[in-house]
Design a protein around this ligand. Structure first.
Ligand code: ATP
Ligand code: MG
Length: 426
């Protein structure tokens, strides 16, 4: 992608109406635009990041036999009434201009409608287990939507649902999802803490959250943490009886109180939804039993915000390799030749153009700052802000050595690589 053609521009100043680091950097870099409180557009750079994250999630969901589906955002009242969830306050009701009252809620979770559909397809133990997932926008009327992507009123979620014969089989799958989640977060450059939590409006039993330690987080957890060499046992303060400095119930280590961001949440639902929607199956012993369900969420847009909160140095983002919008940010410094017309174009620009074409041929994702009027300082500042893992510079200086200057984001050392060796390097 040529930066001169990009739909967006970077901003010097932080937006006045944003407090969180993720929103400030993502807006300045042109990754997202704020349309309303808690409502954002993903712009070309930001959408590339989202697509990277989605691909990782898809791979890991498919690897545990998840089947992709796509459910409606408008969910009719009849589906919510069976579980009493029509009245849950985070819902946005949908009313047609001509209608007297609303008969739909914008989906904020999809257990209800899915359980009712599954009853059409799951009849016997031979139809179990099954798992389906979707990646979709969720809508929640969040009272505290001021943490950028961390808490949207409209946000992207991956939600997976599983159907089982027994609790035993549910927990077998629950463990498989847990492992898949750890892989996803690790591939996104995040370390998540597996945390015991309550069930909220989903289920009566305990659930588990994946928490990333960060001071901006809205959650407080008690963790027998790696900083103190602990075992990793963690409980959400909302349900925990632990205290800072307490003894870990698992290993006797020291419990610490930490702020954290919940990036994922898994729920052993049991038979709550299958009872409400008559989701039964013919068991091996000939009897009719309720299907046992689980549901599993990841906040995709929150995950992107969390990556920025964890991986930044104040002046910009340091994207982990797998989530970066582009791997390489190529800069051409031919500012002294900016008045040159086409036939006299400097060999600096010619060389940079070639490097760009070669990288594209080698299937390297590269953002090429080919802009003409920006100063070197502005170009470097934008590269730091946008935060691709590798910066390459072609200038008069590098041309004399027949090389390209390479620097990793977050490191200060630069190396010169001969132009013909570049392919090997990447
Ligand atoms: P929270 O406790 O943060 O309000 P939740 O427990 O209600 O979230 P779930 O219903 O478990 O959230 O949703 C699954 C995942 O979706 C969460 O783990 C979180 O990563 C993400 N998520 C939930 N609410 C939001 C939101 N308002 N904005 C962005 N992501 C969200
Ligand atoms: Mg939760």
């Amino acid at each position: 992608m040529r930066l001169s053609q990009l739909f967006t521009k970077t901003l010097r100043e932080s937006p006045k109406d944003e407090e969180s680091v993720n929103a400030k950097l993502l807006i300045r870099g042109g990754f997202v635009a704020k349309n309303s409180a808690g409502v954002y557009t993903f712009l070309p750079l930001g959408w590339r990041v989202i697509e990277k994250i989605i691909n990782i999630i898809r791979e890991e969901m498919d690897a545990i036999a998840g089947q992709g589906i796509f459910m409606p955002a408008m969910v009719e009242k009849k589906y919510w009434s069976a579980t009493g969830r029509w009245d849950v306050e985070i819902g946005y009701e949908v009313r047609g201009k001509k209608d007297k009252e609303s008969n739909f809620v914008l989906g904020w979770s999809h257990e209800d409608i899915l359980a009712s559909m599954a009853a059409k397809f799951i009849n016997s133990y031979k139809d179990l287990p099954r798992a389906v997932y979707q990646i979709q926008t969720k809508f929640r009327n969040e009272p505290r939507a001021k943490s950028g992507l961390l808490r949207g009123r409209e946000f992207l979620m991956k939600d997976l649902y599983s159907f089982h014969e027994s609790e035993k089989d549910l927990f077998r799958y629950y463990d498989a999802v847990k492992e898949a989640y750890f892989k996803i977060f690790e591939r996104c450059g995040l370390k998540a803490v597996y945390t015991l939590a309550g069930g909220g409006p989903f289920t009566m039993s305990n659930t588990h959250e994946f928490q990333v330690l960060a001071d901006v987080g809205e959650d407080t957890i008690f963790v027998c943490g790696p900083p103190a060499g602990g075992c990793g046992h963690a409980e959400n303060s909302e349900i925990s009886k632990l205290k800072n400095g307490a003894k870990c119930p698992e290993c006797g280590g020291r419990i610490e109180e930490k702020k954290s961001i919940e990036v994922g949440n898994i729920f052993p639902l049991g038979t709550k939804y299958s009872e409400a929607f008559g989701l039964r199956y013919l068991a091996k012993d000939g009897g009719q039993k309720h299907v046992v369900m689980g549901s599993y969420g990841i906040g995709i847009s929150r995950l992107m915000g969390t990556i920025v909160e964890i991986h930044n140095d104040g002046i910009g983002i340091l994207w982990p390799e797998n989530a970066a919008p582009f791997k390489v940010h190529l800069i051409v410094l031919d500012h002294r030749n900016q008045e040159a017309t086409a036939p006299e174009r400097s060999s600096v620009r010619g060389t940079a153009d070639n490097v760009y074409e070669e990288l594209l041929k080698a299937k390297v994702e590269v953002l090429y700052d080919d802009r003409v009027v920006q100063s070197p300082g502005e170009k470097f500042a934008d590269a730091d802000l946008i935060g691709c893992p590798v910066r390459m510079v072609v200038s008069e200086k590098t041309l004399k050595k027949d090389s390209v200057e390479i620097k990793k984001r977050g490191k200060s050392e630069t190396v010169l690589i001969k132009a013909e060796k570049l392919k090997e390097y990447v």
